[in-house]
Design a protein around this ligand. Structure first.
Ligand code: IFM
Length: 439
């Protein structure tokens, strides 16, 4: 019998768990990075986040009320394998054991992500994603986690948005580990993440489990019809949309010549063969489209961002364009044809400036409109042939939004970050109603 469509929500360990020093967890790169002056807005810290490590039962209760049949969360590498490599931390595994069991008791499929940007510091000190060995360490950690949970968890996501981790963390320095590398070194980071995915997928599949890779995608349009803007749009598309997908589906890197790159550094014989065909599903995180122009004189990049005009924006300033999701899902089919595995929208959502009313309610009509529009876009794409098997709202609870700290609220549930009180927003009720009607 085919699996039912997955209606879910998504989260990640560093953004919700807190308890950074408990039960044997060691620091991740974000534990260090957030302390750098100016790294995170207003110096916010992930130390407590949503205190999900202690309040997981309450959060699972919320998921039960919401009626989702899937929950995407991430496993914290430094909690499960504290030194990045070597012995597994039983207490760390026990946390995810309890979570998985509690989800299954409510008929909610656990969909874990193995890496959502929280690399153990010890591995960063040994070279991080610049080091090929990190890919092997990841495969060992993936194997150990699959051994612990694979009897109950079928679908696994290896990496979350490697393009964002590569660019923000290793080129722009605005996410952990805060490195600003040259293009060839940035591409080596990309290759090692892809290798890590390929090695981990092999471990998962050898255990009869499914391996998914989740990326951030953004349909690209040139700012004008000029050849320069079109070339810039192609360069951005290659970087943002193709760099982590072509190797996995076609076994080859896209044309990166606009970045002055010939061979991708770090790629060894046999790597692309391992990476090719290594997914049983593609995770699509979609927030907004991109409009791209030719770079200004002297820019170090072959593209520049142009404003997407005529669209409302979220609190983050991101344009709201649900039709971009439909376009993207169809484009993936056109681009990859038979090589494309089933698609899952593994993240979609928006930040808004939410507040609790004196009556204890959170009215968020903009979020409801955003989600309604994007679910309709998924419907249209499916009607037009896209094989989409799931949709996950980002996110359940307002959480630590990386360099923005607690300033961007994406949750269906409002969290008062001083008391940890959870208040379901109107969008929570809206999503519950949608799921009830669809299931
Ligand atoms: O919060 C992030 C998430 O960790 C990765 N995808 C985008 C979300 C919103 O910025």
């Amino acid at each position: 019998m085919p699996s039912p469509f997955l209606w879910g929500v998504a989260s990640s360990a560093l953004q919700v768990e807190g308890a950074l020093t408990e039960d044997g967890r060691t620091p991740s790169i974000w534990d260090d990075f957030h302390r750098r002056p100016g790294a995170v807005r207003d110096g916010h810290s992930p130390a407590e986040a949503c205190d999900h490590y202690h309040r997981w039962a309450e959060d699972v209760e919320l998921l039960g009320r919401l009626g989702v049949n899937a929950y995407r969360f991430s496993v914290s590498w430094p909690r499960v394998v504290p030194r990045g490599r070597g012995p597994v931390n039983k207490s760390g595994v026990a946390f995810y054991d309890r979570l998985v069991d509690a989800l299954l008791e409510r008929g909610i499929e656990p969909v874990p992500t193995l890496f959502h940007w929280d690399l153990p510091v010890e591995l960063e000190e040994a070279g991080g994603w610049s080091a090929r060995e990190t890919a092997h360490a990841f495969a060992e950690y993936a194997a150990a986690t699959a051994d612990a949970l694979g009897d109950r968890v079928r679908r696994w996501i290896t990496l979350n948005e490697p393009v964002v981790h590569m660019a923000y963390g290793h080129a722009f320095g605005i996410h952990a580990p805060g490195r600003v590398l040259d293009v060839p070194d940035v591409l080596a980071v990309a290759h090692h993440q892809l290798l890590a995915h390929g090695l981990a997928a092999r471990e998962l599949r050898s255990r009869g489990l499914e391996a998914l890779l989740t990326n951030n995608y953004s349909p690209v349009e040139p700012a004008s019809d000029s050849p320069a803007d079109r070339a810039a749009a192609d360069a951005y598309d290659a970087l943002h949309n193709r760099l982590f997908t072509d190797p996995v589906l076609f076994g080859a890197y896209p044309d990166l010549s606009a970045f002055g790159a010939g061979e991708v550094p770090g790629a060894r014989e046999g790597d692309l063969e391992l990476i090719a065909g290594s997914v049983d599903g593609l995770g699509v995180n979609y927030y907004n489209p991109s409009r791209i122009a030719a770079p200004a004189e002297g820019s170090g990049l072959p593209f520049d961002f142009a404003e997407v005009t005529g669209a409302p924006t979220t609190a983050f300033g991101w344009p709201v364009a649900p039709e971009g999701l439909e376009r993207l899902l169809l484009l993936l089919g056109e681009r990859y044809g038979d090589a494309l595995p089933p698609l899952y929208v593994t993240e979609n959502g928006c930040s808004q400036t939410d507040a609790v009313t004196p009556e204890g309610r959170v009215h968020d009509p903009e979020r409801i409109a955003y989600l309604e529009g994007h679910v309709a876009a998924v419907d249209r794409a499916r009607e037009r042939g896209a094989d989409v098997r799931g949709y996950f709202v980002w996110t359940l609870t307002d959480n630590f939004e990386w360099a923005e700290g607690y300033h961007q609220r994406f949750g269906l549930v409002y969290v008062d970050h001083t008391t940890q009180r959870r208040v379901p927003k109107d969008s929570f009720d809206w999503y519950r109603g949608l799921i009830a009607a669809r299931r």
